[in-house]
Each structure stands twice: as C-alpha cells, then as structure tokens.
Design a binder for this molecule. Structure first.
Ligand code: CU
Length: 175
C-alpha cells in the first residue's frame, strides 16, 4: 500500500536471495582472496620499507545479476591494484538514482561508507560479501544491457565501467 511497505517486501526478497547464495559466495571469495594474497607476495616489495607509490587500479569481471522487475540490483566486481593502497569511497550511475556500498552479514546487510583497496592486492565485491546496491533504475534492466557505474577512489579519482546485466545464476568465468 505505501511505498515503504513495498520497499520492505523487495528488501526481504533480496535478503533471501543473498542468504541462499551466501555459502558458495564465501567459498569463492575465500579462494580468490587467497590467490590475491599469494600474488601480492609474489610481486615482492620485501626490500622496500618506503613509499608504496600510487595505487594502480583496474576493474575486472563486473556484473549485475538480473534484478526482479523494478527491484534492487546487486553489483559485483573486482578492483585490482598493482600499486599503493586506496579506498573506494563513492559509486554513482548516470542511469540509476541510487548506488550504495553494502556488506552482507549473517542475516542481513548494511551500508558502508567506503571499502579499502589493499596495496598490491584486490578488493572483491562478490556474492555473500560486499556488493553494490543499485536502485532507481531509469529503464528496467534486461539481460544483455549494460549499466555505467562510476567508481570514485580516494586517491585514484573516478573509474567508469560498463557493467553487463547477467542471468541470476551467473558467476565470473562463465561465458
Ligand atoms: Cu545490499
């Protein structure tokens, strides 16, 4: 009846979806995170106690599972960093009214102001973990569409990415 109750219904539907995928998401995130740590060790830097230098960021594997009609979308991606530390501080989209940074907890999710991008590592936004919450779509998203997301970092400025809308069950690495 009210906008508020409609939003609550959408929220709980999204929560159920996140809970269902939380277990697999955690496994994937752990595996990928381990890889990132190994990679970071491999790039050395043990001799340098000095300045880690500027961050060198790139965005990999962005996707949005097709949201329910008119509902909230979740955005996932990886920010790779071949330089010093940085922070993701804001995300906007020219085609969506609201993009917020969320962290899933055991039973729900909460908004966070920023996420650290570790030096010579990666920030993973993955199922069951941190993600982007996209609301206020100007046009109802459909499979194959792309949504521009503008990621603003504390040191590196803004990186714009075109994020494809994928099937609900999509995982990076699938075609
Ligand atoms: Cu969320």
């Amino acid at each position: 009846m009210s906008e508020r109750s409609e939003l609550t219904v959408q929220r709980s539907a999204a929560n159920r979806r996140f809970r269902r995928s939380a277990l697999l998401g955690t496994v994937v995130a752990t595996a990928l995170g381990g890889g990132a740590i190994l990679a970071a060790c491999g790039t050395g830097g043990q001799d340098g106690a000095g300045d880690p230098g500027p961050a060198k960021l790139s965005v990999a594997d962005p996707y949005i599972p097709l949201p329910p009609a008119g509902g909230m979308g979740a955005g996932y991606l990886t920010v790779r960093n071949d330089g010093g530390p940085d922070q993701l501080v804001k995300v906007t989209s020219p085609a969506a009214g609201s993009v917020t940074i969320h962290r899933s907890t055991a039973s729900t999710m909460e908004q966070v102001d920023s996420l650290a991008v570790p030096a010579h590592g990666a920030l993973q936004l993955a199922r069951g973990g941190t993600h982007l919450m996209i609301m206020g779509w100007q046009k109802a998203p459909a499979l194959g569409d792309e949504l521009e997301l503008d990621l603003t970092f504390a040191k590196s400025g803004t990186i714009s990415v075109k994020v494809p809308i994928k099937e609900l069950t999509y995982r990076p690495g699938q075609s």
